[in-house]
Design a protein around this ligand. Structure first.
Ligand code: SAM
Length: 274
């Protein structure tokens, strides 16, 4: 029965994801999570099987929006891909900050697909603990966007289970978080530096140009190539000359299709705008 269920969900995903401009391969490791949500939804709708859900989608096109939400993978953690964060703090951010200071402007950072805030808050921790001591006059504008309003609500609450904090250096963890029962909550000065907005990256992006863009485990992982290329071209338009783009460790940037972006460090998936 279990095998049968797995096959039918796989068949359903193979049918539905391409129609949504999604990349089937990206869901390989997380299909269980998506299938569970779909099963729950089918139960809510009193549908017996995936075939009935297909008919339901056909008769109720607005259901594609619900399915779209069910495909959002929400896994994240602080300082995910730590080597890239260390490169950022040690070697990339200091010259960017120096230049921004010289032009009397903010360093601008955008975390796209920010989940519950783990990524933008990793940045605020890095900024306060590593950059500000060396550049006390520097100022930061940090925008974090996600399509999911529930995740953004959690991001604003800024409390996390211990598993999310495993890669936060001990010294920073003690300084930046306080314990509240079983969770760790980020202290105000670290939270206040990030502004969260609900945005679907397929439809809109924040205004202005950025020095650092995180687009990790989202566009290259889950969207079909054509859509991904389209979005990356727009992201490139949002990057200042010399700005850096961070992707997830299993993602690949379509270098052939997007001009002006080059590989900065393939090993840790950092790209640069020429
Ligand atoms: C796997 S998480 C990655 C979180 C974080 N960037 C990281 O790498 O740890 C993907 C995030 O992208 C968000 N997302 C999915 N589709 C999106 C879309 N079309 N526009 C904006 N965010 C989206 C999800 O809600 C989720 O928070």
């Amino acid at each position: 029965m279990e095998k049968e269920e797995r096959n039918s969900c796989d068949d359903f995903l193979s049918w539905a994801l391409p129609k949504m401009n999604m990349r089937r391969k990206g869901f390989k490791k997380v299909r269980k999570q998506v299938c569970k949500r779909i099963r729950r939804r089918m139960k809510e709708l009193d549908l017996e099987n995936y075939q009935e859900y297909r008919y339901y989608l056909h008769d109720n096109p607005q259901e594609w929006g619900v399915l779209d939400q069910m495909t959002r993978i929400t896994i994240s953690r602080f300082f995910r891909d730590k080597k890239a964060w260390m490169e950022l703090g040690n070697n990339l951010l200091p010259p960017i900050t120096e230049k921004a200071n010289a032009y009397r402007r903010n360093v601008r950072c955008w975390s796209a697909g920010c989940a519950s805030g783990e990524e933008p808050y990793s940045f605020t921790i890095l900024w306060r603990e590593k950059i500000l001591p060396a550049f006390p006059d520097a100022s930061l504008e940090l925008l974090a966007t996600d399509a999911d309003s529930h995740l953004l609500k959690r991001a604003r609450q800024a409390c996390y289970g211990p598993g999310s904090l495993k890669e936060v250096p001990r010294k920073w963890k003690d300084k930046a978080f306080y314990r509240d029962d079983s969770v760790y909550c980020l202290r105000d000065p670290y939270c206040k530096m990030a502004d969260f907005y609900q945005q679907d990256i397929r439809k809109e992006m924040p205004d202005g140009e950025f020095d650092i863009v995180f687009c990790k485990n989202l566009v290259a992982m889950y969207f079909k190539k054509e859509l991904a290329v389209n979005i990356f071209k727009k992201i490139s338009g949002k990057m200042r000359k010399g700005a850096y783009l961070f992707l997830g460790s299993h993602e690949e940037f379509p270098l052939d299709e997007v001009k002006n972006i080059t590989e900065f460090d393939r090993g840790i998936n950092i790209y640069r705008k020429e």
